[in-house]
Design a protein around this ligand. Structure first.
Ligand code: ADP
Ligand code: MG
Length: 840
């Protein structure tokens, strides 16, 4: 039912079942697979055991006894004291294995997982082969001492591989995966012989007696119908006999009609505090449709449940405030009431009961004399008070901010702005003033775009491929040539940082700050002229003013936009004519790269400047970064007409600032270069080409590709370089795949490639950041066809391909997700593939 889910079952060393439930694109697509073996030396769990008498006895598993006074079965979990293979105190058995480290005693063999379920190693309910039998068969009414094997199943469900996370911090997509896993296990355990009822639950918090903090829940398959379910069935039966109605449906209808205790109501779900709630905090979440159990939920009901349950947990975690006013994370039990496997299904109705033992911060409700001795409850509050608090915590419109849009400027707007700024900076009547009529050259305006890379990340320095487009967001420069060699600069983005210098003084290291990007271009073009037999003096001084709507440092290359607007300006006023041809533009791009690398001192590849100068509207630029390639052969225009396909490309500027990026970039680069050297190759592009060739052009998901790549990875010395190289090779192949789809007019099918690129950058290349992951997840959850981080990583921007009519909704959802996660508000841009640098 859920195409975003892959289920991978396997067995642990002692024979227990383990099932991975993955929603990460690389696993869903089958590109990556889960570790299936368990190298621990665990013995067969059903092997004979040595008793206190020193003799071997057949393993019998846990026992349960019937309480003749209540008719309740009591499983005896005493054997659980006999744990033989306790995990080391400092290691969490639910954490994934450590990459590269020898596998120790964690329960999950893989180094990562999304959601995983496995049989509890020390179960209180366990079906032992040969022993299973219906408890009824063992009834001995006469002695009043009825015992039976406590058969059934105890499973652990781990919600996240992140030890310090919690259910409430998960994304809706991950919660949907958990819902699907619960449904899967309910179905599977219901088919186990002797299981009469399946119970999915979570205990959260120390107050509930939780010893493992790793976010997880449990799933029990009982060999009997539990006391609470029996009591509810008896009530439901009596209600039906009396009224002909269905008890749980009528309770929901009564709550909806009353309305006072309704906490939230969505298309498919209603949360209410029950009329006779007994816990200090208690809320029930029920589907609107009559549904016996989780497997019976539709896809739409599951999607809605994921969002609704998270909203409920959000409010529960705000329910109590500590003395300092900070919210107190609520210890809770979340219990899924499902119809038993056989008995009374028609009288049952699925619902979730979430409740807490906390009555105030630091104060627990003890189940004391009346509750424990008599089962007679006294509530310390009223259901209406609980409901009022939960209602008050509903999100207010102000809490969900609307997306902040970074609009692009049409050329006339940008040109006007920059002309006005020019007139203000260099008044016409000033000493340097004048206008065209006075024989002073006119002010001309040039524009150059920022860019965003569609795919092909961290491939440029590996001689790979990338695929940028020019943004409609441009940097504008108003420029007036001078007769001398003086350069005067001002920028609307750098108020108070105007600059004046002389061209002959510009050189690497001689100019600092933003003017280096501008003066550097003049210097680099002079160098080009000298190198090609001309004279640097052909480049004269100028007065220039800059204004721009390209965000700074957002990974959208405001630096290249600045350089390239100046480059086409100088080209024009100096009469070089380079901007007129693509080959000439390649020369201008090279000069801009030199300005950035040598004068501004920023070590970047050439993608940004090529994109700003050589992109075409409605196209993406396929850029081949192999060194020494003839510039004309290095680029290719790939049709990318988003509007025609009813699509939009949303850019999310996360506005995240991250330190240490430079060191990380250099490290990645060095790892790639070392890996290429180990493989005897000049660069990783050669490896990518040979892997693609070995797979005979087969799609990336085919085994031939994985085999050829695996063979190369096996020759690398460590896990880190293997993962880095896997990213580079698969990313180059993904770029080729994406280009093939665009050529085939299938832009709306590229989403999974964007998703896979993000997963690869996050997991294998490890350059993502929380903000980028939040942006990508939230965009996908809100209907994006695919999303990924773009640019170098650790911050900057993400892109999402969205149906055009969903653009605003996706942006609002991402903005809300940022607010919800306590992150700075992001900025949003619409990226229509636009024109390259030009005169306005
Ligand atoms: P990005 O290119 O990703 O936006 P960079 O750090 O490479 O980020 O470039 C940003 C720098 O480029 C700014 O700090 C500034 O020095 C310069 N710059 C970019 N746009 C302008 C502008 N409009 N005015 C002045 N300087 C600019
Ligand atoms: Mg830059």
């Amino acid at each position: 039912m859920n195409q975003h889910l892959r289920r991978t079952p396997t067995r642990l060393a002692d024979g227990r079942e383990l099932v991975y439930f993955d929603d990460s694109p690389a696993y869903v697509s089958g590109e990556r697979t889960r570790r299936l073996d368990d190298p621990r030396p665990l013995g067969d769990r059903f092997a004979p055991v040595t008793g206190p008498d020193g003799h071997e006895h057949p393993y019998t598993g846990p026992e349960m006894r019937l309480d003749p006074l209540t008719g309740d079965w009591i499983p005896l979990a005493a054997h659980r004291m006999n744990r033989t293979f306790l995990p080391a105190a400092d290691s969490c058995p639910l954490c994934p294995a450590t990459p590269g480290a020898p596998y120790s005693d964690g329960e999950v063999p893989d180094t990562d997982y999304d959601v995983v379920v496995f049989e509890n190693r020390f179960p209180s309910l366990q079906s032992v082969p040969g022993l299973a039998g219906s408890p009824d068969a063992l009834h001995d009414q006469d002695t009043l001492q009825t015992r039976a094997p406590a058969s059934g199943r105890c499973e652990v469900i781990v919600f996240s591989s992140d030890h310090s996370s919690s259910f409430g911090a998960l994304t809706p997509r991950r919660v949907r995966t958990i819902i699907d896993a619960w449904a899967d296990r309910t179905e599977a355990l219901g088919h186990e012989p002797g299981v009469e009822q399946v119970f999915c639950f979570e205990n959260r918090g120390q107050e509930i007696g939780v010893t493992l903090h790793h976010p997880h829940g449990q799933i029990y398959g009982y060999p009997y119908v539990t006391p609470r379910s029996r009591a509810m069935l008896a009530q439901a039966r009596a209600h039906h006999e009396r009224t002909g109605g269905h008890l749980l449906r009528d309770v929901l209808a009564a709550e909806l009609a009353d309305g006072r205790r309704i906490v939230l109501a969505t298309e498919h779900w209603v949360a209410y505090v029950p009329f006779a709630a007994r816990w200090p905090v208690e809320v029930h979440l029920a589907p609107r449709r009559d549904v016996p159990d989780l497997p019976a939920l539709s896809g739409a009901e599951r999607d809605d449940l994921a969002v609704t349950y998270l909203e409920l947990l959000r409010r529960l975690d705000l329910f109590f405030e500590g003395p300092d006013g900070a919210p107190v994370p609520l210890p809770y039990i979340a219990a899924w009431h499902q119809a038993p496997v056989r008995e009374g299904r028609e009288l049952s109705r699925l619902h979730l009961q979430v409740f807490s033992v906390l009555r105030a911060p630091g104060r627990l409700k003890y189940l004391a004399g009346s509750e424990s001795g008599m089962g007679a409850w006294v509530s310390d509050t009223t259901p209406e008070q609980i409901a009022a608090r939960l209602q008050a915590l509903a999100p207010t419109p102000a809490a969900a901010p609307a997306a902040q849009w970074v609009e692009s400027w049409p050329d006339d707007v940008g040109a006007d702005r920059v002309r006005q700024a020019f007139a203000a900076a260099y008044p016409a009547d000033g000493p340097e003033g004048g206008d065209a009529g006075d024989g002073v050259p006119e002010v001309r305006v040039y524009a150059a775009p920022g860019r965003v890379n569609i795919i092909g990340e961290h491939t440029d320095y590996n001689a790979g491929l990338c695929l940028p487009i020019a943004l409609p967001h441009r940097t504008y420069v108003a420029l007036r040539p001078r007769a001398d060699s003086v350069v005067r600069l001002a920028s609307a983005q750098e108020p108070g940082a105007a600059w004046t210098g002389r061209l002959e003084d510009v050189a690497p290291g001689a100019v600092t700050g933003w003017p280096a990007y501008v003066a550097g271009v003049a210097w680099a073009l002079g160098q080009h002229l000298e190198a090609t037999g001309g004279s640097a003096a052909q480049v004269r001084g100028f007065d220039a003013v800059i204004d721009s709507c390209v965000p700074y440092g957002a990974g959208l290359s405001s630096s290249a936009a600045l350089e390239c607007s100046v480059a086409v300006g100088i080209d024009d006023v100096a009469g070089l004519g380079l901007a007129a041809t693509d080959a000439g533009r390649a020369t201008l791009a090279a000069a801009a790269v030199r300005a950035e690398n040598e004068v501004a001192g920023a070590p970047t590849g050439g993608m940004d400047q090529s994109a700003s100068l050589r992109c075409a509207p409605g196209h993406a630029l396929l850029l081949d970064c192999r060194p020494g390639l003839d510039p004309a052969r290095a680029v290719e225009q790939i049709p990318f007409d988003l509007a025609a396909e009813g699509l939009a490309l949303l850019v999310i500027d996360t506005r995240a600032e991250h330190a240490l990026v430079d060191g990380q970039y250099a490290q990645r680069r060095a790892t790639c270069e070392a890996a290429a050297a180990t493989l005897g190759l000049a660069n990783l592009r050669e490896l990518a080409d040979s892997v693609v060739a070995a797979a005979a052009g087969a799609p990336r998901a085919e085994p031939a590709f994985a085999e050829a790549l695996g063979a190369a990875l096996d020759r690398l010395p460590d896990d880190v370089s293997r993962r880095r190289v896997r990213h580079v090779v698969t990313e180059i192949a993904r770029t080729q795949d994406l280009v093939s789809l665009l050529r085939a007019g299938r832009a709306s099918d590229v989403g999974p490639l964007l998703d896979a690129s993000h997963a690869s950058l996050r997991d294998d290349y490890e350059v993502s950041a929380t903000e980028l992951d939040v942006a990508v997840e939230a965009a996908r959850d809100a209907g994006a066809l695919g999303a990924r981080m773009t640019g170098g990583g650790f911050g900057g921007s993400a892109i999402a391909l969205v149906p055009a009519d969903r653009t605003r909704a996706v942006a609002d959802a991402v903005a809300a997700a940022f607010a919800g996660a306590g992150l700075r508000a992001p900025g949003f841009l619409l990226a229509l593939p636009s024109a390259p640098a030009h005169a306005c």
